[in-house]
Design a protein around this ligand. Sequence first.
Ligand SMILES: [Zn+2]
Length: 192
Amino acid sequence: MLGLWQASPKGYTVAAGYDWLRVVAPKVPWRHLCWNVMNVPRTSFIFWACQHRKLLTLDRLQKRGIVQATTCFICGIAPENHEHLFSLCEYSRRCMELMQQKIHIRFVDANMVTWFSKARTKSRLQRVVAGACYVGLLAGIWQVRNHARLYHQVNAPRVLVNQVWRNIKERLMQRNRRMLSTIDQQWIDSIV
Ligand SMILES: [Zn+2]
């Protein structure tokens, strides 16, 4: 039986074979934010899982009969689910606010995907770094949540924001600093 890849008008090519083998899924609007070159790689994976609602938040564990209580480990007020943990929780909101103040860029965290594709920052670098900060914060909030679950301790939002920025700055500095524009160099130097 002929494989679908053989139906290519050009006959067999490696590209056609690869396309035939892999699962072709629709393109998601958050793909650029997820696979942004400035992201720390492990944060991309957590962001990906978050976008697919695959993280084992308490609402999901309750549905599986693993836990009964679903109160957020961080704030102790509302039920924990993806929306609460990453958007609505007071802790997350405070982290997002502090990060925007720190890097001097306002991003609309309620709709970061749209912001990331359309924002007009002073340079492309500033936009991708802001995206990496957002993704890094989401991953950091998940780590804070896991730490709170185990040790009943929550780092102050400023501690998390500084930690996320340090990781991204380290990645940024791995690029040749001389290749950065004057505007970008001044911007990075202004972030303390
Ligand atoms: Zn909360």
